[in-house]
Write a protein that binds this ligand. Structure first.
Ligand SMILES: Cc1cc2nc3c(=O)[nH]c(=O)nc-3n(C[C@H](O)[C@H](O)[C@H](O)COP(=O)(O)OP(=O)(O)OC[C@H]3O[C@@H](n4cnc5c(N)ncnc54)[C@H](O)[C@@H]3O)c2cc1C
Length: 453
């Protein structure tokens, strides 16, 4: 039986631990925090169990859905499935249309033809874009940005479709986002069969969605889990072990900055690549609405009229100083989720009630402080949703929420040295910084590790 030590229990480390256990390895999982899940976990905020960041999955997240099923979870119960929709509070905007059995590409064609916000010229520009990239196999130059690959697409379509899609998938504006990675996400969403483009939104806390069940499953299978233990130095860690206890392989499943710190003295070149990675911020603002006549949003997820990507874009893209970043932003949030809607019927005791009236606003790439985001989002909720009695529960501002998926970004490979490997959303792979990217990298690293040791 191979002994595998995994450091870091985010979704990548959990995915690797499950894969390795399923293949008969003896797994030890070490996590710095007292709970598993990494960036995608629940947190206690102002006496409410909320998520470290509101997350959304899509139907094409096959590895993630398979992982959930393989440990006995039922994704259909835990995730609400909704047609891909970028509609606003007034029910205006793009939404895939047609029967569920239709392939997403056909739904996309119908939605484009039916979209009332767009002129014929807008629709033609989008369809030309789609046909062009289908013919080219969704492949473009590594140096191309999303903006580059959208040349010829009308401004209206860029504003109302491409920009929100790019922000939600890559968490950065079109000017600085990799065209190739964007096309890959589009391809998988549109051409992986019916339902692949659907939004899958958690109906439970993020820790309930995978980490807690994973922990239970791993312990049941005999895996050793050490929580609340931060590894400061790999060399010291190995020195303390007797030969018989030494693992056959170590997998670093930490976030990029901790991975680089642990690996620097062992493989400076690998660590150097990781240190070159830049990050983008996501803020999640939780607000409870106590208006007596507020019965919830019409949909669990609504797009907002954000000006964050336009206002912050020029200053950030041109490496403006900290003080200039985010200047002029009035409406930082791009999406709002209704947790009351999502948690209706959730079986965990009290969780439907405790989420009732709670809205979660997502501000991607906002580059503002907590205080600025909190007050601007409160104002956005009043102006755009017409809500009055609002209680601000808190804003969680993750400065290193995702790696910045720039054109030509070089990502490190999974092998660091003979017995030392890495997995995580940032390790070379087809996806941007997502749950699916993290889970896939956990699967991929175990295939390599088990083949080599
Ligand atoms: C606010 C926010 C919103 C997001 N929204 C979405 C979304 O809607 N859809 C989507 O698909 N993705 C989303 N993401 C991205 C997604 O959460 C990440 O891509 C994914 O969770 C990364 O998982 P990971 O395992 O690679 O890394 P992490 O989750 O960072 O896990 C690394 C783990 O290693 C541990 N660790 C670090 N150093 C040490 C050490 N020295 N010793 C022991 N343990 C250590 C950490 O504590 C952590 O638990 C979002 C992220 C954020 C922050």
């Amino acid at each position: 039986m191979k002994k595998i030590l995994i450091i870091g229990a985010g979704w990548a480390g959990l995915s690797a631990a499950v894969q390795a256990t399923q293949r008969g390895a003896n797994v030890t999982l070490i996590e710095a925090r007292n709970e598993l899940g990494g960036r995608a976990r629940s947190v206690l905020l102002n006496n409410h169990i909320l998520d470290n960041g509101q997350h959304i999955l899509i139907g094409a997240y096959k590895a993630t859905l398979d992982l959930m099923s393989s440990i006995g979870l039922n994704p259909k119960e835990l995730l609400i499935r909704k047609r891909m929709s970028l509609k606003d509070f007034n029910d205006q905007g793009f939404e895939l249309s047609g029967p569920d059995s239709f392939a997403p590409a056909l739904q996309f064609l119908l939605a484009t033809l039916r979209c009332s916000q767009w002129s014929l010229k807008d629709k033609y520009s989008l369809l030309r874009f789609a046909v062009k990239w289908v013919i080219r196999g969704f492949k473009c130059g590594q140096e191309n940005s999303v903006k580059d690959i959208c040349s010829g697409v009308s401004n209206r379509v860029i504003e109302t479709l491409i920009t929100p899609l790019c922000l939600s998938a890559l968490n950065s504006p079109i000017e600085i986002s990799s065209g190739q990675i964007f096309l890959r996400v589009l391809r998988d969403a549109m051409f992986s069969g019916p339902g692949s483009s659907d939004f899958l939104i958690p109906r439970c806390d993020l820790s309930e969605l995978l980490p807690k069940a994973c922990e239970k499953w791993l312990l049941h299978k005999g895996c050793t889990i050490q929580k609340g233990r931060r590894i400061e130095s790999l060399i010291d860690q190995l020195d303390t072990l007797k030969d018989a206890q030494k693992p056959d392989a170590i997998i670093i499943a930490c976030d990029p900055s901790n991975a680089a710190r642990l690996i620097k003295s062992i493989n400076p070149q690998w660590a150097g690549v990781v240190e070159g990675i830049e990050y983008t911020q996501i803020a999640s603002t939780y607000i409870r609405c106590t208006d007596a006549n507020f019965k919830g949003l019409p949909q669990p997820l609504i797009m907002l009229r954000s000006d964050a990507s336009n206002a912050s874009n020029a200053s950030n893209a041109s490496n403006a100083g900290e003080a200039d970043k985010g200047v002029g932003i009035k409406a930082p949030a791009q999406f709002v989720f209704d947790r009351g809607y999502l948690f209706k019927g959730n079986l965990s005791p009290g969780s439907a009630d405790s989420n009732s009236g709670i809205l979660s606003f997502v501000s991607s790439y906002a580059t503002l402080t907590n205080e600025q985001i909190s007050s601007l989002v409160m104002e956005q909720a009043r102006q755009e949703l017409g809500l009055t009695k609002l209680e601000h529960l808190g804003t969680i501002n993750e400065r290193r929420a995702t790696f910045c998926c720039k054109p030509g970004l070089v990502r490190p490979g999974p092998q660091i040295s003979d017995q030392l490997w890495a997995c995580g959303d940032y390790v070379a792979g087809p996806y941007p910084s997502t749950l699916e990217g993290a889970v896939l990298s956990g699967v991929a690293v175990i295939q390599k590790v088990m083949g080599s040791c």
